[in-house]
Design a protein around this ligand. Sequence first.
Ligand SMILES: Cc1ncc(C[n+]2csc(CCOP(=O)(O)OP(=O)(O)O)c2C)c(N)n1
Ligand SMILES: [Mg+2]
Length: 681
Amino acid sequence: MSSPAVSTVPGATAPAASPSASDRDLANALRALAMDAVEAAKSGHPGMPMGMAEIAVALWHRHHRHNPANPAWPNRDRFVLSNGHGSMLLYSLLHLTGYALPMEELRRFRQLGSKTPGHPEHGHTPGVETTTGPLGQGVANAVGMALAERLLACEFNRPGFELVDHYTYVFLGDGCMMEGVSHEACALAGTLRIGRLIAFYDDNGISIDSEKGQIGQWYTDDARRRFEAYGWQVLSVDGHDVEAVDRAIKKAKRNKDRPSLICCKTTIAKGAPKKANTGAAHGAPLGAEEIAATRQAIGWPYPPFEVPQAVRDGWDAREPGKRAERRWNLLFKKYAALYPAEAAEFTRRISGNLPAQFREKFDAFLADANQKAETVATRKASQNALEVLVPAVPELLGGSADLSGSNLTIVKGSHIVGREGGGNYVFYGVREFGMCAMMNGLALHGGFIPYGGTFLVFSDYARNALRMAALMKIRLVYVLTHDSIGLGEDGPTHQPVEHASTLRLIPGMDVWRPCDAAETAVAWRAALERSKGPTALLLSRQNLPGAKRASVEGIDKGGYVLSDAAAARGVIIATGSEVQLALGAQKLLAEGGIPVRVVSMPSTSVFDRQPEEYRRSVLPDALPRVAVEAGVTDFWRKYVGLDGAVIGLDRFGESAPAGDVLKHFGFTPDNVAKAVRSIIR
Ligand SMILES: Cc1ncc(C[n+]2csc(CCOP(=O)(O)OP(=O)(O)O)c2C)c(N)n1
Ligand SMILES: [Mg+2]
């Protein structure tokens, strides 16, 4: 399109031409907003946004395809700020391109109730694709998002209909590079040849330690060779040269079967006369004097939080965004006419709704499992459930951190994701943290419910990703097997003792430790139906007898009376493999004339969410309580009170056959019965 001709009539007053903003202005707007917002907040990180401003111009102004009016458009490019401390860069971009993030919110950076928290929070600020700040995880999230893109494209694209064909862009700094999780996820991204993933490394030679923050004392990796070794395409540019970055992005975009790393040499706090290239600019306000000097140096005469209209117009992405989505909507309409079933399925998948009749189908399996009451390990019961779930719920995307045969996460309907094409099962390799952080990205992308397995004891390796999933309230399922000393011979390195309790302490994490096949099936159902949060399934290695219950009623309440006794004088609360001990103790006590109730408590958080009346009906105030769980005891005090007893393990386990270990530590019906006798009144 040609621009309208401007005729100059001598003597006539021509309307003041609004010159379009230069790249320099676009970048300086980002610089100014970052330094001013940090100054206003008296805290924050101005250096990174100032140093990555030109990279942001090249990407967001020339390539990033998104619609500020609809942050949920399924085929938008994804953008992840893995160096989340530079949050002001993202907030400025979202504000300037036209998201519902008014300047008022930038003025309130880091204040209570603002939309601009210290680090970007998904679900809180429109356009923030994932919560970042814990360094390294954003990169892994991005790998997950890019993998989701590829798998969805394989499943839904048809000739002439590239329904899913977006890119995933991620900014990262030295901190993300140093974090081990970036190795885990990026290595796998290289192996799986996840294309359409483009990472921008803010190579500024600065992080925090030492007076000047000069990184050479603690970080001298050759990032180029490192990523080449992973199988990435690696490009190097001057990060302050918009044209060079633009060319690199074009090249990266053309390479569709390899991820790309663009190493951008930058100067932290570029533009600040005294503080550029110093550690001082990393995480503290520049100060009024330096800010004034910076304005002078970069040629930005405007007051804080004021952006001239031409620069605003330059950044405004609402029109192109609207057009991009409109084009896609048209494409989708034509697709729907030709492929109505696929279109309906795509819409459902993106919406996050489970398939119709999910419950009916699954509940038939559940009722059957309850009736059969087979003796199986709960990890095996989980696999049995997955045999039904995987074909019925195609959004399930499984995997394991190299323990598929132990976690029993793989089923007949599992198709392994390889170097190309689709699949629904990922061999993540021995990368627990990478796996879980990737799962966050997969879930955030939409279209998938990821589940991934490892030993419960190694959930620690991944813990911060679990915490982030809970913080973001996203749906995914951790299959954590070998859930106690009952795993036996592998010994204390492999025997979790504190893990069940510590996972329960993560706000928003639902933990299930089922006692048999029926409880395991209910746990799976609850995990999938819970659209707003992650679930951890803690499963036994060893066989467990099926409990006898007339119906599965009550299991979904997290805690229920499994076996009652008339005129009960106490309650035994147990989880998982210890439920059978409780039942054994109940029998022994009954023989001795002491009737007790047994409560199975597979999920404490779910139980805690029940109405008080229900909770009191299961755990009547008047009855003394004993809790049994092969793990640390503290957590159970809240259920048994100071007068109750807890049979647990406040030390590490031992290497020996499972039966011997359990007996050695007192996990016997006899011992449970003894504890009950000691507390009944
Ligand atoms: C997992 C984790 N550890 C530590 C921190 C604290 N931290 C925030 S930024 C930073 C240094 C990051 O350096 P770099 O990525 O080079 O950022 P730059 O100073 O260049 O902006 C550290 C250690 C964190 N946010 N996350
Ligand atoms: Mg740095």
